[in-house]
Write a protein that binds this ligand. Structure first.
Ligand SMILES: Cc1cc2nc3c(=O)[nH]c(=O)nc-3n(C[C@H](O)[C@H](O)[C@H](O)COP(=O)(O)OP(=O)(O)OC[C@H]3O[C@@H](n4cnc5c(N)ncnc54)[C@H](O)[C@@H]3O)c2cc1C
Length: 304
């Protein structure tokens, strides 16, 4: 099946507005750089998601998933296939006792705020992470020594081909540093349940405020980026290695190693995805030459 026929089938199958052809992905990603996708598909419930995945998996055209686009970079040449976005339709959050359930499209920061208001502690670390619950589960997002895996109870998942729907408990999710089972399976999270602990809302708010204050002071949060560009290499800190290699402030086109936190590559103006990737390569090579440590990107690079 050709792309045109597949996108047309999806347009006819899904409600109006769920399919955007030739979508500018720089508008949907926190890096504010990169190319276009063949189509952006935004199903608003699990039934629509499953049907979408069934069509796509049977079509032979490539497809990928995004949440809030805060840990991805689309190349300038773009992605010819379909990008399935888990967004607003999956954003419900509910609290029942010490358990909180959230749709995969809910923003993590908003989810942490709801937990705080309900007097539930455990998600304070997540208050400043700009991703969605689905992206955070996929990445096992973390900060200040805490990670999603510490609080997640189970995750609702749809199989990559849309054929199955199941719930995986925390142990089945294969969490490790910035990784989960979903990296290997390509299955899609539609929601998660978190097991939290009752606490004092004022203390929780205070902890969140402190965390965010620290983040605002130490990270370039007001400039487009995708957060820490590299994973933490065992026994080191990526930012420290990059700084010690003298790379703070280095730029390539519109991309720059942040002066505030060398672990961040920022879009300092009109960076292209190629500027960002070129700078990433220079950083990796220099750090390897100087310290023999191979930095691996945490940011997911998508496209040709
Ligand atoms: C300023 C800034 C600060 C940040 N600070 C932190 C931090 O402290 N800690 C941290 O861990 N991260 C941090 N990040 C990175 C990012 O916010 C997290 O990795 C976040 O979890 C990504 O969520 P997302 O919804 O934006 O995912 P996306 O960027 O949209 O996607 C990331 C990956 O997850 C996959 N994915 C997304 N949704 C789903 C889903 N529903 N099911 C299956 N796969 C899915 C995508 O295919 C992709 O491979 C930061 C980013 C920025 C810009």
């Amino acid at each position: 099946m050709n792309r045109e026929a597949v996108f047309k089938e999806l347009e006819e199958m899904l409600p109006c507005g769920c399919v955007t052809r030739d979508c500018d992905m720089s508008k949907l990603t926190s890096f504010k750089a990169g190319g276009r996708a063949g189509a952006l598909i935004s199903p608003v419930n699990t039934a629509q998601l499953r049907k979408t995945l069934m069509v796509l998996s049977g079509s032979g055209i490539p497809y990928t998933v995004i949440g809030n686009g805060t840990n991805v970079l689309f190349t300038d040449r773009g992605y010819p296939g379909a990008v399935v976005r888990i967004g607003e339709g999956f954003s419900g959050v509910a609290v029942d006792g010490d358990e909180l359930t959230a749709g995969a499209g809910a923003l993590l920061a908003e989810t942490a705020r709801i937990a705080m208001e309900a007097g539930l502690t455990g998600l304070e670390f997540a208050a400043g992470i700009p991703g969605s619950v689905g992206g955070a589960v996929f990445m096992n997002a973390g900060a200040y020594g805490d990670e999603i895996k510490d609080v997640v109870k189970c995750v609702d998942v749809v199989s990559k081909d849309g054929g199955g729907e199941f719930t995986l408990n925390r142990d089945e999710m294969g969490f490790s540093y910035r990784r989960s089972l979903l990296h290997g399976t390509g299955d899609i999270a539609t929601g998660a349940a978190f097991k939290l602990v009752c606490g004092d809302p004022r203390e929780i708010r205070e902890k969140m405020r402190g965390n965010n204050e620290l983040r605002n002071k130490k990270q370039p949060v007001s400039v487009p980026s995708a957060g820490s560009f590299f994973k933490r290499p065992e026994g080191y800190y990526a930012g420290k290695l990059i700084e010690d290699a003298g790379l703070k402030g280095l730029s390539a086109g519109g991309a720059k190693v942040s002066e505030l936190h060398a672990g961040f590559i920022v879009n300092d103006g009109n960076a292209t995805a190629s500027d960002i990737i070129d700078l990433m390569e220079v950083v990796r090579e220099t750090v390897y030459d100087k310290f023999g440590v191979r930095l691996e990107p945490e940011v997911r690079i998508i496209g040709d």
